[in-house]
Design a protein around this ligand. Structure first.
Ligand code: MTE
Ligand code: MO
Length: 417
């Protein structure tokens, strides 16, 4: 089956996802290729190429693929964020150099030989771990996403902000995180019966600190030492960070320094002044830990433009703090009809999942959307549903459906449906 004879799967040109399972999509590529019979021997073939190097770097032709925008609080250089350029990436793993950053007081320059992790509070044996000691514990690695709870907050604006996918949704990334299960370290310290929470502190000037229920710690929390196979980047917590799969990014305390076992949450400045969801009735939800089910089409998206009418791939990412993505549906008619997208083979729990749909664009204006469902049965809500019951001052945990309008001129804009 090529996409030319693929059955339509939904309105306005969405094609059956099976085109991704067959060689058919090649037909689309052929359309864009001239009928050449021979290739010139290009200049880079006429002399030996560059030599080896100690550390790789992206092609100079891809220098636009950088984190942006970089914003910091007035009067500071390190209290802000940089975002992952989602619209230029494919697959699910974020290259470490492009992992988003969110710092409250810059990146500390930590000497691993001097850094220690202290575990204390309601434990039988308070313990400190040097890097060397930690490295001797059994490690695990998992590919998982990290999302700031402020991600996509731009979508709360009363009018759609015309900004790139990075700018609106780029506070999410995924890496292979490797490290020591925190449960192993806590078992060694011996948690007392009254220990029900921990509070984790960072070694940065902000001394970021967050409380985490012990159940989550014992379930899948790790002290991460590795990111995509190499030691963590300084911006992502070198030499060690707490990593809490699927939970709001703020709780994954970077530059981890102390873990104190408590009988209740510590109610730190970072969990009372921020990251709570104010409701329309003036009451805040106490805590919102797992990130909701969500998806976004990364291509086409704002700033990318379409060429001539024809067959295109709609591609994006979906994720959920509750587990695996079960399904992603795509619409090309503003939500009137939907078709299942194809999911790439790596569908991992609490990870980004790449989805793809084939779309025969007829060259006229269209609104494209994606909607994710996770294995717990949670369905990504519309913007309207997200806003319902929320205070207009609430900012965090936006997971509504993103709509992009493809204009007849091929330009893509942000719209609300
Ligand atoms: N010590 C410390 N940990 C921290 C922060 C911080 O400023 N200091 N920022 C938090 C926030 S708000 C988020 S979203 C994540 C971001 O992790 P990243 O910079 O590796 O993407 O780290 C969290 N951990
Ligand atoms: Mo965050």
């Amino acid at each position: 089956m090529s996409e030319f004879d693929a059955p339509p799967a939904a309105g306005n040109g969405l094609l059956d996802r099976r085109v991704f399972l067959r060689a058919g999509i090649i037909g689309g590529a052929a359309l864009m290729t001239a009928n050449a019979t021979a290739l010139e021997r290009e200049k880079w073939m006429q002399m030996p190429g560059a030599g080896m190097s100690e550390s790789g770097a992206p092609s100079g032709h891809e220098s636009h693929i950088v984190r942006s925008p970089i914003g910091s609080q007035p009067g500071t250089t390190g209290a802000g964020a940089s975002r992952t350029p989602l619209q230029f990436l494919d697959g699910v793993i974020t290259p470490s150099r492009l992992h988003f950053e969110r710092h409250h007081s810059g990146i500390p320059d930590i000497d691993p030989a001097q850094h220690k992790l202290l575990i204390h509070g309601l434990v039988e044996r308070p313990l400190t771990f040097s890097m060397e000691a930690l490295a001797r514990y059994p490690t695990v690695s998992r590919i998982q996403f990290l999302e700031c709870s402020g991600n996509s907050g731009t979508s709360l604006a009363s009018e759609p902000v015309q900004a790139s996918c990075a700018q609106i949704h780029g506070l999410v990334s995924a890496s292979e995180w490797g490290g020591v299960p925190l449960s192993v370290l806590l078992e060694e310290a011996g948690v007392k019966a009254e220990g029900k929470w921990i509070v984790a502190d960072g070694a940065d000037a902000a001394m970021m600190s967050r409380s985490v229920p012990l159940d989550k710690i014992m379930d899948d929390a790790i002290v991460a030492l590795y990111q995509n196979g190499e030691p963590l980047r300084p911006s992502n917590g070198y030499p060690m960070r707490l990593f809490l799969p699927g939970w709001e990014g703020n709780m994954s305390v970077k530059w981890l320094r102390t873990i104190k076992v408590l009988d209740r949450p510590a109610m730190t400045k970072d969990e009372t002044s921020k990251y709570s969801d104010l409701q329309a009735d003036g009451v805040s939800k106490l805590f919102s830990f797992p990130m909701g089910v969500k998806s976004v089409i990364t291509s086409p998206s704002f700033g990318l433009s379409m060429g001539a009418a024809g067959v295109y791939q709609i591609s994006g990412i979906a994720w959920s703090g509750a587990g695996k993505i079960r399904r992603v549906e795509v619409s090309a008619d503003g939500g009137k009809s939907w078709a299942d997208a194809a999911l790439d083979a790596h569908v991992l729990p609490k990870c980004l999942t790449r989805f793809r749909s084939a779309w025969r664009w007829d060259g006229s204006a269209a609104v494209i959307l994606s909607r994710a469902t996770d294995e717990a049965g949670n369905v990504q809500p519309s913007r309207e549903v997200v806003l319902k019951g929320r205070s207009s001052a609430a900012f965090y945990h936006y997971n509504g459906i993103q709509a992009w309008r493809v204009g007849a001129d091929g330009e893509v804009s942000n719209v609300y449906v």
